[in-house]
Write a protein that binds this ligand. Structure first.
Ligand code: NVA
Length: 320
């Protein structure tokens, strides 16, 4: 174990890591996957608060197991009981939890609340999904892409030149994190989304700026076939993110042409792999045939949440 001064304090969005740091985290994740109990930066056991204001399965399971693997105690805080920002302000919550834990993992709605938590906690804060970003998921996806398309680059951006397309809601947390995380990794990142559901221009501009330094490319397409043309990796996500349940019906029609099905997959590279962060709505954003088919790597992707989240926690805590 060695301390590093270059790790960021928090992981609130994908671009809190530099391209080089992202590669280091992915290398650490691969090492922890190969030897799961080799690092105990949370020995004590030190507590990590894990808070959910939205539903969860993989994120709770992977952070709970991951903190235990690292020698720590996963302190699950029920967001519906804590009512952060309602019963108690975010800064007050941050200062209390920061006195009792070594890190805080939070799934919530507003990115600004997460930033406020980080400002006041005094310990590392990790984004376990907000309305804007899902950076832990993107690390898991990048590790999965590396495993199935030739490994991590030894130096430089982690996945230089890999061709990647995401189809579906281009304005959601996954699309934004793919843009930023994929640009840091040096990939050709294409977002295929209907008009009205394109990425936030501010996020797209940030990704484009990162791309100029990493050699990545970022683009937005309204034609789904052109988005996925020749890609090595295809991904999608629900058309109705958590918090958008009231828009379920209006979102059905515009997204239908972006369904990840065999016809769309036929435009990708013949050896293309398919990712989905889950939960999947079969028959909506992805067909049963594709998610259960030979291109699907979604179960490896889900497992990789565990390994990358251990790595990001260890990295923020100064372990390499
Ligand atoms: N965009 C989805 C991701 C779920 C992991 C949501 O926010 O609900």
């Amino acid at each position: 174990m060695s301390a590093t001064s270059s790790a960021p304090q928090h992981f609130l969005a994908d671009d809190d890591l530099t391209s080089a740091q992202q590669r280091e985290v992915l290398e650490l994740a691969a090492a922890l996957k190969a030897d799961p109990f080799s690092a105990t930066p949370l020995a004590g056991p030190q507590a990590v608060a894990i808070i959910f204001d939205k539903p969860t399965l993989r994120t709770q399971a992977s952070f709970t197991a991951g903190v235990a693997h690292l020698g720590g105690y996963p302190m699950l805080v029920d967001g519906t009981l804590a009512q952060i920002g309602v019963r108690e302000s975010v800064p007050d919550t941050a200062r209390v939890l920061g006195r009792m834990t070594s890190a805080i993992v939070w799934r919530t709605y507003a990115q600004s609340a997460l930033t406020e938590m980080a400002t006041h906690a005094g310990v590392p804060v990790v984004n376990a999904l907000t309305d804007d970003y899902h950076p832990c998921q993107i690390l898991a996806d990048l590790l999965t892409i590396a495993e199935h398309t030739g490994g991590l680059a030894a130096s430089g951006p982690a996945l230089t030149g890999r061709r990647f397309a995401y189809v579906g809601d281009g304005a959601n947390n996954m699309a934004h994190s793919y843009l930023l995380g994929g640009a840091l990794a040096g990939m050709d990142v294409r977002i295929g989304a209907p008009e009205g559901y394109h990425p936030d221009p501010e996020v797209l501009a940030r990704a484009a700026a990162i791309a100029t330094s990493t050699g990545a490319q970022v683009s937005v397409h309204t034609d789904p076939a052109s988005a996925v043309d020749g890609v090595e990796v295809l991904a999608t996500d629900t058309w109705v993110s958590m918090g958008q349940e009231g828009q379920k019906e209006e979102r059905e029609r515009p997204f239908r042409p972006y369904q990840l099905n065999d016809a769309l997959l036929s435009h990708a590279s013949p050896s293309a792999i398919v990712l989905h962060c889950l939960p999947a709505y079969r028959g909506k954003e992805i067909t049963d045939a594709v998610i259960e088919g030979p291109a699907s790597r979604v179960w490896d992707e889900a497992e990789n949440r565990l390994h990358v989240q251990k790595a990001i926690l260890a990295y923020l805590l100064g372990h390499r």
